[in-house]
Ligand binder design. Structure first.
Ligand code: C5P
Length: 317
């Protein structure tokens, strides 16, 4: 570890990055490149991973460590998006990717809350700051998009409409704070497996899963109005997730989790992204706390958390 003074060149840099929930996830047909066009309304929430980049000896390359209750489930090799982010930035600047990365993990692992994407965005910003490479924002966002569909949003935070495969972002206005409870499942779900199951269910129902068979995804005007107005009841009525039937098909027990949160007074319940975390919109902070407490007691999830959104994007601490 470097003995440099914080704030000086070469001192370790820590970046905080939020989790996300999808208020709308409308999935179009399967594209020839294996992705799906989306109308994806992202809302960042205040559960954070912290990624620290510290100097490493020349030629060492990126070395990753992780702490937190779920650390044992985080891969520490080149398959981790944070390591890939360090390589991508080093390549862009023609430099050696020497860095010691540490993830302090609080976002559920493989939970549909973009934890891996958060670590990628965090590692990118932390390395850019540590190395003094001063990459323009637009280029950082392009590198994010190359790493994964949700990574650009992890960088920007707030609320945004994601088009394309989710990486083409338009910031959205939000007129208030929304209160959520999240039920964290025992295991994780693989995002590609959930998209595949979505296609399989569409085929099985005779609709076809290709771009020509599925309507082009469009953002919901009612949902965007609800966000702009900060109206939790209106938002609750407009929340949708096309991946929910697929997540429920792969993990049928999630139906009990959704029921438990609704019975506890949530305004709405839905699977978060590709799951298996379930998200519950509450009327206020007290209700979110009560929903989380009841979820913990219900035996239908591993644990439950509360969070509010929108939350800011990746930022150096
Ligand atoms: O972009 P990302 O690496 O997060 O995507 C992981 C996988 O999820 C893709 O390989 C694809 O199977 C699926 N996916 C998709 N359509 C999207 C985003 C992801 O089919 N818009």
């Amino acid at each position: 570890m470097s003995a440099a003074v914080p704030g000086t060149p070469g001192a370790p840099v820590t970046v905080r990055v939020p989790a996300k929930v999808n208020a709308q996830l409308t999935v179009g047909g399967l594209r020839p490149d294996g992705f799906h066009d989306l109308a994806n309304v992202f809302l960042a929430v205040d559960l954070y991973d912290e990624i620290t980049a510290a100097p490493a000896p020349e030629g060492e390359g990126p070395l990753l460590t992780c702490s937190g209750p779920d650390a044992g489930r985080v891969p520490l090799d080149h398959t981790n998006l944070a390591v890939r982010a360090a390589y991508a930035l080093a390549l862009r600047h023609g430099r050696s990717p020497d860095v010691r990365l540490h993830i302090a993990k609080d976002i559920p692992v493989a939970g549909g809350m973009a934890g891996g994407s958060a670590d990628a965005a965090g590692a990118l910003l932390a390395c850019d700051t540590l190395w003094g490479t001063r990459t323009p924002r637009e280029e950082l966002l392009a590198i994010c998009a190359g790493l994964g569909s949700d990574v650009p949003f992890s960088m920007t935070g707030g609320a945004a409409l994601g088009r394309g495969r989710g990486e083409v972002l338009t910031p959205l206005e939000v007129g208030g704070t929304f209160h959520w409870a999240f039920a964290v499942a025992e295991g994780g779900l693989s995002t590609p497996a959930v998209y595949r199951e979505c296609d399989r269910l569409r085929e099985r129902h005779g609709a076809g899963a290709g771009v020509a068979d599925v309507p082009a995804p469009e953002p919901s005007a009612a949902l965007l109005d609800a966000l702009r107005a900060g109206d939790a009841d209106a938002l609750a009525a407009a929340l949708t997730n096309d991946l929910q039937p697929a997540a429920l098909s792969l993990l049928p027990g999630l139906a009990d989790t959704l029921k438990a949160g609704t019975a506890a007074g949530a305004l709405a319940a839905l699977v978060s992204g590709s799951g298996p975390t379930c998200a519950f919109l509450a009327a206020d902070a007290a209700s979110a706390t009560a929903v989380a407490r009841e979820l913990r007691l219900s035996g239908t999830c591993r644990t439950a958390r509360t969070a509010t959104g929108p939350a800011p994007g990746a930022a150096v601490r």
